[in-house]
Design a binder for this molecule. Sequence first.
Ligand SMILES: CCCCCCCC/C=C\CCCCCCCC(=O)N[C@@H](CO)[C@H](O)/C=C/CCCCCCCCCCCCC
Ligand SMILES: O=c1ccn([C@@H]2O[C@H](COP(=O)(O)OP(=O)(O)O[C@H]3OC[C@@H](O)[C@H](O)[C@H]3O)[C@@H](O)[C@H]2O)c(=O)[nH]1
Length: 397
Amino acid sequence: MSSTFVCTIQGAAIFFLAFGIGMWVIHFMAFFWSKWKLHRKRSWPADIPLPGVSIIKPLVGEDPHLASNLETFFTLNYPKFEILFCVQDNNDPAINIVDKLMDKYPTVDARLFKGGEKVGINPKINNMQPAYISMKHELILISDSGIRMKEDTLLDMVCHMDDKTGLVHQMPFTCDRQGFPAILEKVYFGTSHARIYLAADLVGINCPTGMSALMRKKLLDEVGGIKAFGCFLAEDYFFAKSITDRGWKITISSQPAWQNSGYCDIQSFQSRISRWAKLRFAMVPPTILAEPFSECMVLGICVAFATRVLLRWDPIVVFLIHLLTWCIMDWFLLRSVQNGNIPFTKFEFVLAWLFREASAPFLFIHSLMFPNIHWRQGYYRLQWGGRVEEIAPKVKL
Ligand SMILES: CCCCCCCC/C=C\CCCCCCCC(=O)N[C@@H](CO)[C@H](O)/C=C/CCCCCCCCCCCCC
Ligand SMILES: O=c1ccn([C@@H]2O[C@H](COP(=O)(O)OP(=O)(O)O[C@H]3OC[C@@H](O)[C@H](O)[C@H]3O)[C@@H](O)[C@H]2O)c(=O)[nH]1
């Protein structure tokens, strides 16, 4: 064997081992941060009045949980807020649900905006724009249609908005629902996704998902309002980037986001995760290189190879120990994020976990091979950097 070849193999082994150690550090950082940050109540100074919040709810169509999810916004325990529902289609079935809720809670300040306004490509921004220009409070909460609130969720978010903070976001998680797809979603959002999300929050890396984001409106107004972000599909990432670029902090709140969509199936879960991956690849291209190695199975193979080359350890044994310890760490992280009873057995957890971990590399390859995006009614092509253009719905996605 030539010495160049030996050096290359040893270099690769050292790289994989270092990456493996890095990922184990991330496991511990995420677990520590989940214990430190999540499910810990904060209070608001008694001598300062709570700021008003305009809650914008962009809606497209209905699902079996929509009415009960939306109702949780009418029963929030918060002194000063308005709810601004937005639908882009004048015949959207969500209109009926919103009308009924507004009749049921006449004392809650709520309005419905129909038709949106075309200010860019991002359909969610277009949908929200009319509400944005008529909102009246200093804080804006953008909250996706599938989100459910507890009575104190809004207060919890506002309590994290200190003088230096410009954006408070909720870490995505899920409500307890029945069936394997629901278990899979909870396992994903409580393990793999939570790990990176918490570690990123701990070290201040911009990693927010826009399903529930509370912001200072003046910070959006300073750069031209939400319409300035209409050229991006991942408006959430660029809201946060714009805010941190100006020296403000972003943080997660103590309650995770309670996603509770009435439609829960494996295919829509995977296409959503794949859509997010395509957004990340376009916005932050180094993730294309880093993500596969941050996945349990791929990293396990790499670490088994590395320890074989460097330490002569049995690769099968190393791989199996890696898998087992990763799975156990994930179970503890999930329990910490859930902060209560896990609504399924350990056997169901292992099944969902294995399914998710084994399918992750294939989803990654699929997302790279088919980079165009189908989101609700629209089809889009992403450019490097994250700008987007609309395309005809003819390409395989
Ligand atoms: C030895 C160190 C290895 C570090 C490897 C890290 C590899 C990154 C792996 C996965 C990234 C997953 C990010 C999950 C959250 C993002 C969810 C998402 O895609 N949301 C989009 C849709 O709402 C949103 O538009 C995207 C926002 C963020 C994109 C930026 C991702 C950068 C992630 C880098 C995290 C590094 C954390 C390191 C912590 C020490
Ligand atoms: O055409 C659309 C699509 C979506 N939306 C709204 O946008 C919100 C998020 O939509 P989905 O639930 O389909 O999508 P996701 O949960 O994957 O969204 C996530 O990824 C993309 C980001 O831009 C979002 O901010 C983030 O929440 C919903 O409230 C939906 O009603 C629109 O208003 N119009």
